[in-house]
Design a binder for this molecule. Structure first.
Ligand SMILES: [Zn+2]
Ligand SMILES: [Zn+2]
Length: 340
């Protein structure tokens, strides 16, 4: 039995980098201290902020919601709204949604369920099916990631919230970093900063309070606070995912060389800083002509996907047609769409 390094209780966690062991109480303290430190260091939250927390009902996002509700007491007039994005994946969200609803009711936190069906026009299962029917070259996770961001942005703007907090942990960030290196997508590396903000009114600030916390620790924090059931349901689409392979590789690396993930995170932060200084990887945004969310072209990726999947509403198609003169590049897209 390993003992806590700070008291005589039994340890529930050993940090392999520092060698320190933690009991339940001291682990929770350590975890919350680390998250608070990141929030301060990267200037994530200020008094009076209204924050939308993207929740899936899974371990990371429940941990984030729990943490922000604790922090709320220390930041004056901080408002927290939990937004549960229901992608519509059969057999995947049946347990997590009731789990979040139960928690939100108990804690008296405002929550909202935003489904792909309502905001995008179809469930992810339908989208994947339609995508292969239309022979579109995208993987399920590409749709899912793009549409999740789209739903959260849209809901935040509807609620008048200026900040979206997501539960991306250190493992998520480092995996995406490696994926971007593999794809040679340097421009996307900037979007991996712990905070992204802009002076533009329509661009909602995005924060990742778990940026420096490994997945193991967010999972344990969730378990120790009884935020989730120990049984874990894996997304059925995970097998199509490059991330899955990279995750396995990184875990093996960390196992044999503790501290490797943190090393990669530090190299990422340095890269972002260099990019900022020399303005080489700064991404420019415009406003999507259809939905008004940030976009790197005339229309955002979510609206592009929706157009290709024939999920745009009539009013949205009309907007697209009106913009053809200003944006001739949209011609090809429109001509491919099944317009009535
Ligand atoms: Zn202890
Ligand atoms: Zn759009």
């Amino acid at each position: 039995m390993v003992k806590c390094s700070f008291c005589s209780a039994q340890a529930v966690y050993v940090n392999r980098v520092s060698g320190l062991a933690y009991c339940r109480r001291h682990f929770i303290e350590y975890f919350e201290r680390k998250a608070r430190k990141a929030i301060r260091k990267y200037h994530m939250l200020s008094p009076g902020d209204k924050v939308v927390v993207g929740v899936s009902g899974g371990k990371d996002s429940m941990a984030l919601l729990h943490l922000l509700l604790k922090i709320k007491k220390k930041i004056p007039r901080l408002e927290v709204v939990a937004v549960l994005v229901d992608e519509g994946i059969k057999g995947y969200r049946e347990k997590t949604i009731p789990n979040l609803v139960k928690y939100a009711k108990k804690q008296g936190v405002k929550y909202l369920i935003a489904s792909f069906r309502d905001y995008v026009g179809a469930t992810l299962d339908e989208i994947v099916e339609r995508g292969s029917e239309y022979k579109l070259p995208y993987m399920p996770c590409s749709y899912c990631g793009v549409f999740r961001r789209y739903v959260l942005n849209t809901v935040a703007r509807e609620l008048g919230a200026r900040i979206i907090a997501t539960a991306h942990n250190m493992d998520d960030v480092v995996q995406t970093y490696i994926m971007n290196l593999v794809n040679n997508s340097w421009d996307r590396v900037v979007s991996l900063a712990p905070v992204r903000e802009s002076s533009e009114e329509y661009i909602v600030k995005r924060i990742k309070p778990f940026y420096e916390i490994p997945e193991k620790e967010t999972a344990l924090y969730s378990l120790l606070n009884n935020l989730i059931q120990p049984e874990f349901i894996q997304c059925p689409y995970v097998k199509y995912n490059v991330r899955f392979t990279i995750r396995k590789l990184l875990n093996e690396l960390e196992e044999n060389h503790p501290g490797s993930k943190y090393g990669l995170l530090r190299s990422l932060l340095e890269l972002i800083e260099m990019g900022r200084k020399h303005k080489i990887i700064e991404k420019k945004y415009t406003r999507c002509i259809i939905c008004g969310n940030p976009a790197s072209q005339a229309i955002c990726r979510a609206c592009l996907f929706r157009a290709q999947l024939n999920l745009l509403r009539e009013s949205e198609k009309a907007l697209l047609r009106e913009s053809i003169e200003k944006h001739p590049e949209l011609h090809r897209l429109l001509s491919k769409m099944n317009t009535p």
